[in-house]
Write a protein that binds this ligand. Sequence first.
Ligand SMILES: Nc1nc2c(c(=O)[nH]1)N[C@H]1C(S)=C(S)[C@@H](COP(=O)(O)O)O[C@H]1N2
Ligand SMILES: [Mo]
Length: 261
Amino acid sequence: MIGFTRRKLLGFGGVAAGGSLLAACDSLAHNDGITKVVRSAEKASLGWQRAIGRDALAPEYSLADLSPDFKVNGTHAPVEAQYQAMLGNGFADWRLKVSGLVANPTEFSLPQLKALPARTQITKHDCVEGWTAIGQWTGPQLGLIMQAVGPKPNARYVVFRCADNYGGEASKGGAQSTSLYYESIDLIDAFHPQTILAHSLNGKPLSVGHGAPLRLRVERQLGYKQAKYLMELVVTDSYASFGQGGGGYWEDRGYEWYAGI
Ligand SMILES: Nc1nc2c(c(=O)[nH]1)N[C@H]1C(S)=C(S)[C@@H](COP(=O)(O)O)O[C@H]1N2
Ligand SMILES: [Mo]
Protein backbone atom coordinates (compact mmCIF):
# COMPACT_ATOMS: atom_id res chain seq x y z
CA MET A 1 0.00 0.00 0.00
CA ILE A 2 1.28 3.44 -0.79
CA GLY A 3 2.07 5.86 2.03
CA PHE A 4 -0.24 8.62 3.11
CA THR A 5 1.91 11.46 1.79
CA ARG A 6 2.23 10.00 -1.65
CA ARG A 7 -1.43 9.12 -1.66
CA LYS A 8 -2.28 12.73 -0.84
CA LEU A 9 -0.14 14.00 -3.69
CA LEU A 10 -1.58 11.59 -6.18
CA GLY A 11 -4.48 13.60 -7.48
CA PHE A 12 -6.31 12.52 -10.59
CA GLY A 13 -3.99 14.72 -12.66
CA GLY A 14 -1.00 12.85 -11.29
CA VAL A 15 -2.51 9.52 -12.12
CA ALA A 16 -3.42 10.62 -15.62
CA ALA A 17 0.04 12.04 -16.22
CA GLY A 18 1.63 8.83 -15.01
CA GLY A 19 -0.63 6.96 -17.39
CA SER A 20 -1.22 4.08 -15.03
CA LEU A 21 -3.61 3.53 -12.21
CA LEU A 22 -1.88 0.29 -11.38
CA ALA A 23 1.26 2.10 -10.31
CA ALA A 24 -0.87 4.32 -8.12
CA CYS A 25 -2.21 1.72 -5.77
CA ASP A 26 -0.57 -1.59 -5.11
CA SER A 27 -3.47 -3.05 -3.17
CA LEU A 28 -5.78 -2.56 -6.13
CA ALA A 29 -3.26 -4.23 -8.40
CA HIS A 30 -3.78 -7.39 -6.38
CA ASN A 31 -7.49 -7.37 -7.08
CA ASP A 32 -7.89 -9.18 -10.40
CA GLY A 33 -11.31 -7.77 -11.24
CA ILE A 34 -10.22 -4.19 -10.77
CA THR A 35 -6.88 -4.77 -12.48
CA LYS A 36 -8.73 -5.92 -15.57
CA VAL A 37 -11.06 -2.96 -15.41
CA VAL A 38 -8.20 -0.51 -15.01
CA ARG A 39 -6.11 -2.04 -17.82
CA SER A 40 -8.90 -1.76 -20.34
CA ALA A 41 -9.67 1.78 -19.18
CA GLU A 42 -6.18 2.76 -20.27
CA LYS A 43 -7.32 2.26 -23.85
CA ALA A 44 -9.97 4.89 -23.33
CA SER A 45 -11.34 6.79 -26.27
CA LEU A 46 -10.48 10.41 -27.05
CA GLY A 47 -14.14 11.37 -26.90
CA TRP A 48 -14.25 11.56 -23.13
CA GLN A 49 -10.57 12.22 -22.54
CA ARG A 50 -11.05 15.70 -24.00
CA ALA A 51 -13.12 16.47 -20.93
CA ILE A 52 -10.03 16.19 -18.74
CA GLY A 53 -8.26 19.38 -17.85
CA ARG A 54 -11.00 22.01 -17.61
CA ASP A 55 -10.13 22.40 -14.02
CA ALA A 56 -10.53 25.90 -12.61
CA LEU A 57 -10.61 25.21 -8.88
CA ALA A 58 -13.15 26.20 -6.25
CA PRO A 59 -11.45 27.95 -3.30
CA GLU A 60 -9.93 25.69 -0.67
CA TYR A 61 -9.54 26.61 2.99
CA SER A 62 -7.39 25.66 5.96
CA LEU A 63 -8.14 23.55 9.02
CA ALA A 64 -8.55 26.77 11.02
CA ASP A 65 -11.53 27.65 8.82
CA LEU A 66 -13.56 24.48 9.53
CA SER A 67 -17.13 25.19 10.67
CA PRO A 68 -17.56 23.97 14.25
CA ASP A 69 -20.96 22.57 13.29
CA PHE A 70 -21.67 21.47 9.72
CA LYS A 71 -25.45 21.62 9.33
CA VAL A 72 -27.32 18.54 8.13
CA ASN A 73 -29.89 19.39 5.46
CA GLY A 74 -32.40 17.59 3.27
CA THR A 75 -32.69 13.98 4.36
CA HIS A 76 -31.30 13.45 7.86
CA ALA A 77 -31.73 9.66 7.96
CA PRO A 78 -33.24 7.66 5.09
CA VAL A 79 -36.30 5.70 6.25
CA GLU A 80 -36.10 3.21 3.37
CA ALA A 81 -35.85 -0.42 4.52
CA GLN A 82 -33.02 -1.19 2.10
CA TYR A 83 -30.92 1.64 3.56
CA GLN A 84 -31.76 0.73 7.15
CA ALA A 85 -30.65 -2.86 6.53
CA MET A 86 -27.32 -1.74 5.04
CA LEU A 87 -26.75 0.69 7.90
CA GLY A 88 -27.50 -2.04 10.44
CA ASN A 89 -24.79 -4.12 8.85
CA GLY A 90 -22.14 -1.39 8.89
CA PHE A 91 -22.51 -1.10 5.09
CA ALA A 92 -20.79 -4.49 4.60
CA ASP A 93 -23.42 -5.34 1.95
CA TRP A 94 -23.44 -1.89 0.35
CA ARG A 95 -22.00 -1.67 -3.15
CA LEU A 96 -21.58 1.33 -5.43
CA LYS A 97 -22.84 0.11 -8.77
CA VAL A 98 -21.44 1.85 -11.86
CA SER A 99 -23.41 1.09 -15.01
CA GLY A 100 -24.63 2.54 -18.30
CA LEU A 101 -22.41 3.68 -21.17
CA VAL A 102 -19.19 2.20 -19.83
CA ALA A 103 -16.82 -0.46 -21.10
CA ASN A 104 -16.64 -2.14 -17.68
CA PRO A 105 -19.74 -2.01 -15.48
CA THR A 106 -18.37 -2.47 -11.96
CA GLU A 107 -19.50 -2.73 -8.35
CA PHE A 108 -17.25 -1.22 -5.68
CA SER A 109 -17.37 -2.17 -2.01
CA LEU A 110 -16.64 0.46 0.62
CA PRO A 111 -13.21 -1.03 1.49
CA GLN A 112 -12.30 -1.00 -2.22
CA LEU A 113 -13.23 2.67 -2.52
CA LYS A 114 -11.35 3.51 0.67
CA ALA A 115 -8.23 1.76 -0.70
CA LEU A 116 -8.12 4.01 -3.77
CA PRO A 117 -5.85 7.07 -3.80
CA ALA A 118 -7.88 9.79 -2.11
CA ARG A 119 -8.13 13.55 -2.35
CA THR A 120 -8.68 15.64 0.79
CA GLN A 121 -10.13 19.12 0.31
CA ILE A 122 -11.47 21.83 2.61
CA THR A 123 -14.27 23.62 0.80
CA LYS A 124 -17.30 25.80 1.39
CA HIS A 125 -20.70 24.19 0.98
CA ASP A 126 -23.29 26.68 -0.23
CA CYS A 127 -27.00 25.85 0.12
CA VAL A 128 -29.69 27.75 -1.79
CA GLU A 129 -31.47 28.18 1.53
CA GLY A 130 -28.81 30.75 2.41
CA TRP A 131 -26.38 28.97 4.73
CA THR A 132 -22.79 27.87 4.15
CA ALA A 133 -20.40 25.57 5.99
CA ILE A 134 -16.72 24.75 5.56
CA GLY A 135 -15.76 21.10 5.83
CA GLN A 136 -12.87 18.80 4.98
CA TRP A 137 -13.89 16.03 2.59
CA THR A 138 -11.89 12.91 1.68
CA GLY A 139 -12.46 10.31 -1.01
CA PRO A 140 -11.36 9.07 -4.43
CA GLN A 141 -11.73 11.40 -7.37
CA LEU A 142 -14.68 10.53 -9.56
CA GLY A 143 -12.32 10.84 -12.53
CA LEU A 144 -10.39 7.87 -11.22
CA ILE A 145 -13.56 5.77 -11.03
CA MET A 146 -14.56 6.93 -14.51
CA GLN A 147 -11.15 6.02 -15.86
CA ALA A 148 -11.57 2.57 -14.35
CA VAL A 149 -15.00 1.90 -15.87
CA GLY A 150 -14.21 3.58 -19.22
CA PRO A 151 -17.02 5.83 -20.47
CA LYS A 152 -18.04 5.06 -24.07
CA PRO A 153 -17.51 7.77 -26.72
CA ASN A 154 -21.17 8.85 -26.59
CA ALA A 155 -21.19 9.23 -22.78
CA ARG A 156 -22.08 12.77 -21.60
CA TYR A 157 -23.41 12.65 -18.05
CA VAL A 158 -23.13 10.77 -14.79
CA VAL A 159 -26.44 10.25 -12.97
CA PHE A 160 -26.21 9.63 -9.20
CA ARG A 161 -28.92 7.44 -7.71
CA CYS A 162 -29.42 7.83 -3.96
CA ALA A 163 -30.99 5.61 -1.32
CA ASP A 164 -33.44 8.17 0.08
CA ASN A 165 -36.89 9.36 -0.80
CA TYR A 166 -36.49 12.99 0.29
CA GLY A 167 -40.13 13.34 1.35
CA GLY A 168 -40.12 10.05 3.20
CA GLU A 169 -39.15 11.27 6.65
CA ALA A 170 -42.06 11.85 9.02
CA SER A 171 -40.89 15.42 9.62
CA LYS A 172 -41.29 16.08 5.89
CA GLY A 173 -44.79 14.66 5.62
CA GLY A 174 -44.09 10.96 5.17
CA ALA A 175 -44.48 9.36 1.76
CA GLN A 176 -45.40 12.58 -0.05
CA SER A 177 -42.78 12.05 -2.72
CA THR A 178 -42.42 8.82 -4.61
CA SER A 179 -39.13 9.64 -6.26
CA LEU A 180 -35.74 8.80 -4.83
CA TYR A 181 -33.20 11.61 -4.65
CA TYR A 182 -30.96 11.76 -7.68
CA GLU A 183 -28.56 14.15 -9.35
CA SER A 184 -26.50 14.46 -12.52
CA ILE A 185 -23.36 16.22 -13.74
CA ASP A 186 -21.59 16.29 -17.09
CA LEU A 187 -18.29 14.56 -17.80
CA ILE A 188 -16.38 17.83 -17.52
CA ASP A 189 -17.41 18.07 -13.88
CA ALA A 190 -17.00 14.31 -13.43
CA PHE A 191 -13.32 14.64 -14.36
CA HIS A 192 -12.78 17.88 -12.43
CA PRO A 193 -10.00 17.34 -9.84
CA GLN A 194 -12.21 18.50 -6.95
CA THR A 195 -15.07 16.17 -7.84
CA ILE A 196 -14.77 13.34 -5.35
CA LEU A 197 -16.85 10.55 -3.88
CA ALA A 198 -16.40 11.45 -0.23
CA HIS A 199 -16.40 8.76 2.45
CA SER A 200 -15.15 11.07 5.22
CA LEU A 201 -15.93 14.51 6.64
CA ASN A 202 -13.36 16.19 8.91
CA GLY A 203 -11.32 12.98 9.07
CA LYS A 204 -14.18 10.73 10.20
CA PRO A 205 -16.42 8.35 8.24
CA LEU A 206 -19.56 10.16 7.04
CA SER A 207 -22.38 10.26 9.57
CA VAL A 208 -25.83 9.19 8.41
CA GLY A 209 -26.86 12.85 8.37
CA HIS A 210 -24.06 13.78 5.98
CA GLY A 211 -24.72 10.90 3.58
CA ALA A 212 -23.11 7.66 4.80
CA PRO A 213 -21.48 5.71 3.41
CA LEU A 214 -20.62 7.80 0.32
CA ARG A 215 -21.63 11.14 -1.18
CA LEU A 216 -20.72 13.33 -4.12
CA ARG A 217 -18.71 16.52 -3.69
CA VAL A 218 -18.78 18.65 -6.85
CA GLU A 219 -17.27 21.80 -5.47
CA ARG A 220 -18.10 24.39 -8.13
CA GLN A 221 -21.81 23.83 -7.63
CA LEU A 222 -24.47 24.43 -4.98
CA GLY A 223 -25.53 22.22 -2.08
CA TYR A 224 -28.33 20.30 -3.76
CA LYS A 225 -25.89 18.86 -6.34
CA GLN A 226 -23.90 17.19 -3.49
CA ALA A 227 -25.84 13.90 -3.59
CA LYS A 228 -25.77 11.88 -0.35
CA TYR A 229 -26.43 8.14 0.20
CA LEU A 230 -24.99 7.11 -3.18
CA MET A 231 -26.16 3.75 -4.51
CA GLU A 232 -25.52 3.80 -8.23
CA LEU A 233 -23.75 5.85 -10.88
CA VAL A 234 -25.26 5.61 -14.35
CA VAL A 235 -23.17 6.94 -17.23
CA THR A 236 -25.51 8.15 -19.95
CA ASP A 237 -25.91 10.31 -23.04
CA SER A 238 -29.08 11.94 -21.65
CA TYR A 239 -30.73 12.31 -18.23
CA ALA A 240 -34.21 12.73 -19.74
CA SER A 241 -35.36 9.27 -18.68
CA PHE A 242 -34.41 9.68 -15.00
CA GLY A 243 -36.91 11.05 -12.46
CA GLN A 244 -39.05 13.65 -14.22
CA GLY A 245 -36.28 14.44 -16.69
CA GLY A 246 -34.79 17.58 -15.12
CA GLY A 247 -31.53 15.92 -14.14
CA GLY A 248 -32.11 15.91 -10.38
CA TYR A 249 -34.63 15.81 -7.56
CA TRP A 250 -34.66 19.61 -7.11
CA GLU A 251 -34.19 20.30 -10.82
CA ASP A 252 -37.47 18.40 -11.35
CA ARG A 253 -38.97 20.99 -8.97
CA GLY A 254 -37.62 24.02 -10.82
CA TYR A 255 -34.00 24.45 -9.72
CA GLU A 256 -31.21 25.02 -12.25
CA TRP A 257 -29.44 21.94 -13.59
CA TYR A 258 -26.07 23.72 -13.61
CA ALA A 259 -25.93 25.19 -10.12
CA GLY A 260 -22.69 27.15 -10.38
CA ILE A 261 -21.57 29.07 -7.31
N1 LIG B 1 -29.58 12.01 -1.16
C1 LIG B 1 -29.71 13.30 -0.82
N2 LIG B 1 -28.72 14.15 -1.14
C2 LIG B 1 -28.82 15.44 -0.82
C3 LIG B 1 -29.98 15.97 -0.18
C4 LIG B 1 -31.01 15.05 0.15
O1 LIG B 1 -32.05 15.39 0.73
N3 LIG B 1 -30.83 13.72 -0.20
N4 LIG B 1 -30.05 17.32 0.09
C5 LIG B 1 -29.15 18.23 -0.65
C6 LIG B 1 -29.05 19.57 -0.11
S1 LIG B 1 -30.26 20.70 -0.53
C7 LIG B 1 -27.96 19.99 0.60
S2 LIG B 1 -27.76 21.60 1.10
C8 LIG B 1 -26.92 19.03 1.00
C9 LIG B 1 -26.82 18.97 2.52
O2 LIG B 1 -25.75 18.17 2.88
P1 LIG B 1 -25.43 17.99 4.43
O3 LIG B 1 -26.64 17.36 5.06
O4 LIG B 1 -24.21 17.16 4.52
O5 LIG B 1 -25.23 19.39 4.97
O6 LIG B 1 -27.15 17.72 0.52
C10 LIG B 1 -27.76 17.64 -0.74
N5 LIG B 1 -27.78 16.26 -1.14
MO1 LIG C 1 -29.40 22.77 -0.07
